[in-house]
Every structure is written in structure tokens, then in C-alpha cells.
Design a protein around this ligand. Sequence first.
Ligand code: TAP
Length: 491
Amino acid sequence: MADHAVPPTPLDYAPAPESRAIVDLQPSYGLFIDGAFTEGADGRTFKTVNPATEEVLAEVTEATDADVDAAVAAARRAFRGWSRMPGRERAKYLYRIARILAERSRELAVLESLDNGKPIKESRDVDLPLVSQWFFYYAGWADKLSYAGLGADPRPLGVAAQVIPWNFPLLMLSWKIAPALAAGNTVVLKPAETTPLTALLFAEICQQADLPPGVVNIVTGAGATGQALVGHPDVNKVAFTGSTDVGRQIARTVAGTDKRLTLELGGKAANIVFEDAAMDQAVEGIVSGIFFNQGHVCCAGSRLLVQENVYEEVMDRLKRRMTTLRVGDPLDKNTDIGAINSREQLDRITALASTGDDEGAERWSPPCELPTSGFWYAPTVFTGVTQAHRIAREEIFGPVLSVLTFRTPDEAVAKANNTPYGLSAGVWTEKGSRILAIADRLRAGVVWANTFNKFDPASPFGGYKESGYGREGGRQGLASYLTSSVLQEGE
Ligand code: TAP
């Protein structure tokens, strides 16, 4: 294998043009309940830090059971008016929110990068455009619920409890809140402990849009707050995105109640490159598949399956491309790979990746100098990986790629499906017939062909097997917040 050693990437980046001055950071943030910011019942707070510097960004209120109670009660009170409002009127609020999100997108992108560690070029060019698109898209559905596939007069479910992870804080919020509101539900959302800030700025945007009080409530806190929320007896629907372990706990909590549940959980996607693939595009797809958002992506292409006869060529090109990746300051628009979201996640990545070394896989990273403070992990590729290795079976949720090979399409499908997960997959080939044949046999909710990590609000997204159930996006995502019952469920 050719060695592509190049001089270390210099760390003296130009000052970030997307200056953080654009963000009006408050020293402390309260909960958003019934249309107003409020302190928590017992004054407990936690710190949210910038993972690129370890600087404390703000103190955030930790919601107690009593706060969750108040938020659910506010959502319940708001439900009657919101669910009976004509769809076209609800749509006006959603359009207004979508427009404000677009107008304030630079500020939101900088805040997202500060709190999450993701590169500004991703928060600015990927996350934020999708966030406002999600609200625009579902605003269009609010007066067309009879086309949701649930009969002529579908009804909202009531109060939705929504719990989201830290990897796409605002985008996951939009996937949850936009369809719920369009369908006439009210919501209580808990963002992840490490990334609460953009959800709180979103709350301010709800005020700016004059959204009726109680329609959206944001409770910040850790797992215990999430647990209180999903277990609350006056919640009608639970929507969760996060790890499979927590998803299981939530399914147990909800079991035996009449709450509806959707789960978007982990993944270990295969990105399959056939010998006839357009190699330049395939290599770009491999890189974005695993290094986009530091690999903190549930649908990341974390297992690369390469046809044996092009293995050398693919690895050669991939390594050359990886040497051009810039790791560093998330607010520098030239940065490709930002900070790992938390020390805890960095420890998890480090521990799981080191099992690759222990089990005999071969590790390679391009030369790159990592900043001395903050949480960082160099882009890494493991070759010589077998299906038995933990790095081929478990979700690493970081910038670590495991490479396996295959000889025949049947072997590619068998290896791709050899995982408890089933969220996504990628296929790279020139043959349209092969794309269709392979996609049909892959047990994955989303299959990308000659592209990767493409999202659209009109396209349903969700998993098979241990990647969860239910779909978000499109008509299916709307339907999961509706019932065909003639009774108004949430009253
Ligand atoms: P989790 O630890 O599962 O956390 C997700 C959310 O649940 C957070 O808000 C968390 O709060 C909260 N939570 C933790 N314990 C809870 C409990 N017992 N009851 C209710 N809520 C609880 O996952 P994570 O570390 O944030 O995210 C990484 C995982 O999410 C990966 O496995 C990834 O694949 C998956 N993910 C999946 C998708 C889709 S679309 N399928 C998208 C993104 C991420 P704290 O933050 O305070 O712990």
C-alpha cells in the first residue's frame, strides 16, 4: 500500500469569519414552559461547554419532575386551541417559524457549532438549510391532513414527549417538532444535556413567531429529565432519537400504556463499492459517509465494503483524500472535521477503536496535529477488519472507518446485512439494474445509490431491526402524529 505521508496540517487558521460575536450568549438559561422562560423548581443547573475549547458557554436549568409536570400541563392546556385551529392557521405559524429560522440561520449555525463542535460549513450549509426546509415542508401539510393516509378526518394524538440526541441538535428538533405541530399536537421536547442551546434559541423564535403559549415547551436536563418526560402519564406520544440502549428502556417504560412510540436508534451502515463505481465520486461518498459531523451520525457509512479487485485502488485514493482533511476550529470555514462532542464520547470512541488494534486490524490516520485543549479524534481507517471484530459490529459514532472486502454481490449483501442494525446503506456502481437488485435485498430503511447522507423533508427516514421503528419525514412522518380515530384522543 502506498504511503501518503504529508507534512502536518498547520493549525494557524485564519480567524473565523463567522465570528461568535453574532451570538448573544446569556450566562444562564431557564426552561421554556407555557410560552415563557422560567427558572426550575429547585434552582439546579448544569454547565454546557464548547467541546473545541472546554470553555463553559452557559449554565442551563436542570428540569425536575415538577418542571416536567408543569411543561406537560402547559402543553395539555394548549392542545385544545391548537388542535382545533384550522390547519391553514396553524400553517401560518409554521411558515413564520420557518422564515425566522432562515433569517437567523447564521446566528443559529454559530451557536450550534459552539455547543456541538461541528464545523461551521456543515452547520451553515447542511443543518440550518434543512432545519428551515423541514418547517416549510410540514407547514404545507397542516391544511392537508386528510391526505396523510389515515382517512378523511385524521386527528392529532395530543401531547408529544420528544427526546433528542446531541449530534444534530436543531435538525433533530425540527424533525420532531415540525410534523407534530402541523398535525395539531403540542410538544414538550428535551434536548441532549451537552447541546441545549439551539433548542433554547428556538424557544425564543417561537416567542418571536407569536406561537400560542404551551404549544412548544423545552425542558433541559440529563437522562432523568428525559425519563420523567417519557414516563409522564399525561403524554400521548413519545418520539425518541438516540442510542439503542436508551430506546429499549423507553420501550419498556411505554409498554402497557396507550402511548404511541417511535424510535430512531443507532446504525452500522455498509457503504458498498463495486468494481465499476465512478471512483472519484465513490471516494467522496466514503469520506462524507464517515467523516461528516465527526462520524456522529446514526446513518454513517461506518463499514466500507469494497470489491476485492478494486481494493488497492480505493484505499490508495481514500488515504490520499484523507490527507487533505482539516481537523480543528469548528468556527473556521475551512475546517472539515470539528471537535468530538464530549469527553465521554471521546472516551467511548477511543476505547472501541482500540479494540480494533487489540483484535489485529491495521489502523491508519493521516498526519494531523490535534489542538491541545478540547476533544479531538483524528480521522481513522482500519483495514484487515473481519466481521467478528467489534469495530465491524458496534456503533463507534466517531470518525473511524472499518474496511472489509467482498468478491461477489451475494457476499456484499450478506456482509452488509450481517448486523443487528438496519438504518441505512450505500451502493456505488454504474449499473442501474444492480442498484435496484442490491437495494431490494438490503435490510436498511434508507439506501443511497451513488451518493450518501442525502436528506429531504419529503423522504421518510427510519430503521429496521435494532435501528428502531416508525418513520420521520414525508407523509409517513406526519402520520405518526395522527390517529384515524373519530375521538379527539388527547382531550
Ligand atoms: P442517548 O444516550 O440515547 O441520548 C439520547 C437522548 O435521550 C438524550 O437527550 C439523553 O439525555 C436522553 N436520555 C438518556 N437516558 C434517558 C432515559 N433513560 N430516558 C429518557 N431519555 C434519556 O444517545 P446519545 O448519546 O445522545 O446519541 C448517540 C446515539 O443516538 C447513537 O447511538 C446514534 O446512533 C443515535 N442516533 C440515532 C439517530 C437516528 S435518526 N436513528 C439520530 C441521531 C443519533 P442526555 O443527553 O442528558 O443523556
